[in-house]
Design a protein around this ligand. Structure first.
Ligand code: SF4
Ligand code: SF4
Length: 161
């Protein structure tokens, strides 16, 4: 996914959240279908629903305030709990087709990705660039915010198959 789309994530999330709310409230879309769609998306993209589609996720993100460290902790905890879609699609983060992947040849080891990732910044066993650490995009709490991909100055990170 290219950086231009990722930089518009909040806008896309807001619009998708409003459309989903309208579909449920005015067109009586059954919530069971919403859950099934969220879970199916999880199989392909991982826990993408929370940060790109869910109206509650959008509101929760707006409510998270404070220093960058405090926000990271709030995001980490919220995306560990969430709702049934978050629980199940979080488990799929390990198996989903799309993941955050690194082009080792381009990485300059600047560390910007880890500073912007609420998983790597809180748990030293995860890193997007250090060898021998686990990829945070397979962590249960990764909500595919793609801040890591967006902030990487070397275009070393991609969210791809
Ligand atoms: S931000 Fe990009 S270049 Fe910098 S350490 Fe992370 S992957 Fe490597
Ligand atoms: S998408 Fe990237 S920055 Fe966001 S939580 Fe997952 S690994 Fe961290």
């Amino acid at each position: 996914m290219n950086k231009m789309i990722i930089s518009k994530r909040r806008l896309i999330h807001g619009i998708a959240g409003m459309l989903l709310t309208a579909a449920v409230l005015f067109f009586k879309l059954n919530l069971v279908y919403v859950i099934l769609i969220g879970i199916f998306m999880g199989l392909i993209f991982g826990k993408v629903f929370c940060r790109w589609i869910c109206p509650m996720g959008f509101i929760m993100e707006l409510m998270m305030t404070g220093s960058s460290d405090q926000k990271h902790l709030q995001l980490y905890n919220y995306h560990k709990l969430g709702c049934p879609i978050a629980w199940i699609s979080g488990l799929f983060n390990k198996f989903s087709i799309f993941k955050v992947r690194k082009d080792r040849g381009k990485c300059t080891n600047c560390g910007i990705c880890d500073k912007n990732c609420y998983i790597s910044s809180l748990n030293s066993s995860y890193s997007l660039h250090k060898d021998g650490r686990k990829n945070p995009s397979i962590h249960y709490s990764c909500s595919k915010c793609l801040a890591c991909v967006e902030k990487c100055p070397a275009k070393s990170l991609k969210y791809s198959i």
